[in-house]
Design a protein around this ligand. Structure first.
Ligand code: SF4
Length: 412
């Protein structure tokens, strides 16, 4: 699927039309699966059962596979499994080697190239894990790993050491021990269910887990991190939504990186979650040739708002082994943030962060807006590059006199 009709005809869209075209909603369509009964296509278990998981399947469906991709697909199961749902596969443009959807899910041989600063556990999760499947890195919240399986596998996954079990990590969550640890730590008020993808659990199993967590009196807040709404929107059934709404306050962080992932199917699935009262945030990863472009990013965040999702974090890609070909620069990330802040709705602006390598947690990265700050003034730059002074109160003392006349500083 192309961004727009003009591109589908092999033409470039007229300049200025691209942002609008990027924000149009389209269905992923049925593609190779046009003769599959509607009921099967819309059944999330059918989608999972018919995922593309081998290089041969991939090549049959996409004869334009490059040698780098075929070689990567052959080796994929040594690092991170290859799996793509038929629904998501239909979003790939087989004619475009740089298709932003393709780059996210089709392995490449470059995944075997590892730089000395890359790591298998770049966020130091294993060293903050008091019991298997639980990461306790921040004081008042924990990460609860539910499964090592995902509907499809992102080639830049921070937990590629663990998910899919391709590299032999042999992950086994122990729900009893994970829940007991949380119950014994009253300082924990927030649990984030992640993995792998928690929404791969059946409704009954997930309900049981959420119920056990909700029974812990000091837990104020539950969260689910899931890429299912974009990889497999068929999973967001009315029954699932009805079950989830029993556990409020329950938030969900979805994961989407490019406006083309936000199809009519995804918009409808997100609408069902929002109608169930679930506040939705999105986490994106800054990826080279996928979304390292201010126009693409702006269209994406604006389209997320149209899907009732608040752009939450934009992550600098972690130093995960074999991901150099997908990592955009921090300079590019800051440039994109500069072109979002003030230039679009504040709700649409995510927080750009770097997860400090080795387990330092998320560090916010912002363009420079405070140019200097001393005892009596703050020098500010606004989104247009204009400079302003804000008079500062001496610490602990309210300002009782108007500040002396301030000269407008010259823009350098
Ligand atoms: S869905 Fe999440 S956990 Fe699964 S492969 Fe993608 S980034 Fe990793």
């Amino acid at each position: 699927m192309k961004d727009d009709n003009a591109q589908a005809n092999g033409e470039e869209p007229p300049s200025g039309h691209r942002p609008r075209l990027l924000k149009e909603f389209h269905s992923a369509g049925r593609g190779f699966w046009h003769d599959v009964p509607e009921a099967d296509w819309n059944d999330w278990r059918w989608q999972l059962k018919h995922r593309i998981t081998t290089p041969e399947q991939l090549q049959r469906l996409m004869p334009t596979l490059t040698p780098e991709e075929f070689a990567g697909a052959k080796l994929a199961n040594h690092k991170l499994a290859l799996a793509i749902t038929p629904y998501f596969f239909n979003l790939i443009d087989p004619a475009d080697e740089h298709c932003p959807i393709r780059l996210q899910v089709i392995p490449r041989i470059e995944e075997t190239h590892t730089a000395s600063w890359e790591m298998s556990d770049p966020c130091g999760e294993d060293s903050h894990s008091p019991v298997p499947g639980l990461v306790h890195r921040y004081p008042d919240r924990v990460l609860f790993l539910v499964t090592d399986r995902c509907a499809a596998y992102c080639r830049y996954c921070t937990r590629s050491r663990l998910v899919s079990n391709a590299s032999g990590y042999d992950f086994h969550p122990e729900f009893d021990r994970q829940i007991a640890y949380i119950a014994q730590h009253p300082e924990i008020r927030d649990v984030l269910l992640s993995g792998g993808d928690p929404l791969l659990l059946g409704d009954e199993k997930l309900e049981n887990l959420l119920g056990r967590l909700r029974a812990i009196p000091h837990l104020e807040f539950l969260r689910i991190g899931s890429r299912i709404p974009t990889f497999l929107p068929q999973r967001i059934t009315p029954e699932l939504c009805a079950m989830l709404k029993k556990f409020h306050p329950l938030f969900m962080s979805i994961h989407s990186n490019h406006p083309r992932e936000l199809t009519t199917e995804v918009r409808d699935a997100l609408g069902r979650l929002a109608d169930a009262g679930i506040p939705l945030g999105n986490q994106s990863v800054l990826l080279k040739h996928v979304n390292d472009d201010a126009e693409v990013m702006k269209a994406h965040v604006q389209k997320l708002l149209m899907c009732r999702v608040k752009p939450y974090y934009l992550y600098q890609c972690d130093l995960i082994s074999g991901s150099a070909h997908l990592r955009a620069s921090v300079r590019k990330g800051i440039e994109i943030m500069t072109q979002l802040r003030g230039h679009t709705t504040g709700y649409a602006v995510p927080q750009y962060v770097i997860d400090a390598p080795g387990g330092g947690g998320k560090v916010p990265i912002n363009p420079e807006y405070v140019l200097s700050h001393n005892a009596d003034r703050v020098l500010l730059r606004n989104y247009e590059g204009k400079l302003f002074e804000y008079p500062e109160a001496p610490d602990g003392t309210p300002l009782v006199e108007p500040p002396k006349e301030i000269e407008e500083p010259q823009l350098v």
